[in-house]
Design a protein around this ligand. Sequence first.
Ligand code: AKG
Length: 273
Amino acid sequence: MKTPEITPLSDATKRTAAAQYARDGFYIAPAVIPSELLARVRKRIDAVYAGEYETGIPPCGSPKGSSEPPQKLVKIDNAHRSDRTIFELVTHPAIGEWAAALTGAKMVQVFACQMLIKPPGRQGGVNVGWHQDQEYWDHALTGELFTAWVAISDVTAESGPMRFVPGSQHWGLLKAGDFFSDKLDEIKARFQGKSGGGKWEEVAAVLPPGGVSFHHRLTVHGSGENHAASPRVSFAIHFRTEKSALQENVKWQDVGYLNDFADPVGSPVSYRA
Ligand SMILES: O=C(O)CCC(=O)C(=O)O
């Protein structure tokens, strides 16, 4: 696979973006993924959802393939190992370039990814409860970790976009969240109770297809129902930098969503200075 050419970001853009990311704990970047790649990825998402794994490597947890439209949030982990087009998206150098610009990292490496399909509907099971990602990584990983969330469909205000609480990355790890819960108000009250008076505001990450948002491992985020006519489709790509490591006495083999950091397919490096 030939590495796509990208236009480097200017120093001024990098400085402004990094300051905003440090202040808010998230950053909404312009659309960087070409529509031609998005169109190919869209087809491969359907294939992986249907249980077709091009490389022969199943995603984590090997979800059973389905030909029925999803009724609840679909979350398929590490599909970049299963499909070469999805790998191409997850390792796109424009995402790595933005990730390095925001964090100042010398090296940015994928350690996991989630393919997310949020069907339209008001029934339960389509929200993502407020949480901090570190709640789910703390047993395994320490140091600088963050997420790039890539819109494959048009993510409008109606389609249940991700919402961030600006500045919440400064609250510390509160262990108040629940990705898998629909009870957004209950979880919000839990965070507010533990945040020591932290201000609760919400910013929706409305993104065009190919748009990317980035968020810090401690930034509180979640998302509500999809009231649009079609599914909200995205990838959450989880990154580590040279300032992160496995927790002491943890082996990657013991953690379901981790790959060997030396494995270029499971843990591809998206940026190196
Ligand atoms: O897709 C969503 O609404 C939430 C995704 C998420 O929690 C994440 O990217 O860390």
